[in-house]
Design a protein around this ligand. Structure first.
Ligand code: SAM
Length: 282
C-alpha cells in the first residue's frame, strides 16, 4: 500500500537494471498502473513480479479515461503512470492526466529515473548549464528546415529525439541550416548492448552515419551545440537589449546605439550591430 496520489514513474530506457527500488515499491503498492501500452509494460512488470492491475492510457484515449482515473484518485485510490520507456510525458502521454490531477488538487508525485534526453546530455560533452529540449524534428524536409531556422541562433544546447530511418535526413538539414562545423553528439542505444556516443562536427557525423549502416539503427538522441553567444562576449545581455529596444522605438539606429553606449559604457560599434539585428527581427 502507498499513499493515495498520482505517481509519475520513470522506467528504464533499455537496461532493466536501471529500474529503481522505489519505482518497484510504488508499482507494486498502487491500486492501478496506467500504462501507454499494457502489453509492452506487462513484460517489464512480469520481469519484476509486479502483479498490479494495468489499464491503457495512450494518446488516443487519454482524454476519455482521464475523468475515470481522476474519480478513482478522488476516492482515495493510488495510481501509477508509466510509459513504454523512460520518463512519462517526455514525448509520451500523460499531460492531460497530470494537468487534471492538479486541477482537482490531487497530489502528484514523481518517481524519478531514466530519461534519454538527460542521459544523452550528460555524456554529450556539450554545455549543460542551459539547454532546450526540442523533441522530434518534423518529418517533412520543408517543415524541418523551417523549424531549424528558428533554432539557428539559439545559444542553448539543443536536444532532439530522432528516429533511425530519419537520422540521415535530419543531419542533412542540420548541416544545411547550422553549418558543417557546429559540434554535435550522437547518442544511440543508450544503456543497451550496442550503445554508442560520438561527438564530432555535424558534417562529420553525417558522413559517419552515411558510411556505417549500423549508425542508422536503434534509438537516437542528437545533442547540438548552441550558437555562439556573441552578445555575452561583448557584454550585451538582456538588460542591454531591453534598453536598445526602447531607444529604437524613438530613435534612428545610429543614435540609439550611441545613446545606449553612453548609458551602458559598452562599445558603440557592437551596440550598433546588435541594434541592426533587433531592427531586422522586428
Ligand atoms: N519518455 C522517453 C524518455 O524519457 O526519454 C522518450 C520516449 S520517445 C517516444 C522515444 C525516443 O526517445 C526515441 O525515438 C529516441 O529518440 C529516444 N530514446 C529512448 N530510449 C533511448 C535510448 N535507449 N537511447 C537513445 N535514445 C533513446
Amino acid at each position: 500500500m502507498v499513499e493515495s496520489a498520482l505517481y509519475v514513474v520513470s522506467t528504464p530506457i533499455g537496461n532493466l537494471d536501471d529500474i529503481t527500488p522505489r519505482a518497484l515499491q510504488v508499482l507494486s503498492g498502487v491500486d492501478l498502473i496506467a500504462a501507454e501500452d499494457t502489453r509492452h509494460s506487462g513484460r517489464l512488470l512480469q520481469h519484476f513480479s509486479v502483479a498490479t492491475r494495468t489499464m491503457a492510457l495512450h494518446d488516443h484515449n487519454e482524454r476519455q479515461v482521464c475523468d475515470r482515473l481522476i474519480e478513482r484518485l478522488q476516492n482515495g485510490e493510488s495510481i501509477a503512470l508509466i510509459s513504454d520507456a523512460g520518463t512519462p510525458l517526455v514525448n509520451d502521454p500523460g499531460y492531460h492526466l497530470v494537468y487534471a490531477a492538479h486541477q482537482n488538487r490531487i497530489k502528484v508525485i514523481p518517481v524519478v529515473g531514466a530519461c534519454a534526453a538527460i542521459a544523452a546530455l550528460s555524456v554529450s560533452g556539450l554545455a549543460s548549464d542551459r539547454f532546450a529540449y526540442e523533441g522530434f524534428l518534423p518529418a517533412k524536409a520543408g517543415a524541418r528546415v523551417h523549424r531549424l531556422e528558428t533554432l539557428k541562433d539559439e545559444t542553448r544546447t539543443l536536444i532532439f529525439y530522432e528516429a533511425p530511418h530519419r537520422i540521415i535526413a535530419s543531419l542533412e538539414s542540420l548541416v544545411l541550416v547550422m553549418g558543417y562545423e557546429r559540434t554535435a553528439t550522437l547518442a544511440r542505444e543508450l544503456t543497451k548492448r550496442f550503445e554508442s556516443v560520438r561527438q564530432a562536427p555535424l558534417g562529420e557525423l553525417l558522413e559517419w552515419v552515411r558510411s556505417d549502416p549500423n549508425q542508422q539503427k536503434g534509438e537516437i538522441v542528437l545533442v547540438v551545440q548552441g550558437a555562439p553567444d556573441r552578445g555575452s562576449e561583448e557584454g550585451i545581455d538582456s538588460e542591454v537589449r531591453r534598453i536598445l529596444t526602447l531607444l529604437l522605438d524613438d530613435l534612428p539606429t545610429k543614435q540609439a546605439a550611441a545613446l545606449a553606449a553612453k548609458i551602458t559604457g559598452l562599445k558603440k560599434n557592437n551596440l550598433y550591430k546588435e541594434a541592426l539585428q533587433i531592427v531586422d527581427k522586428e
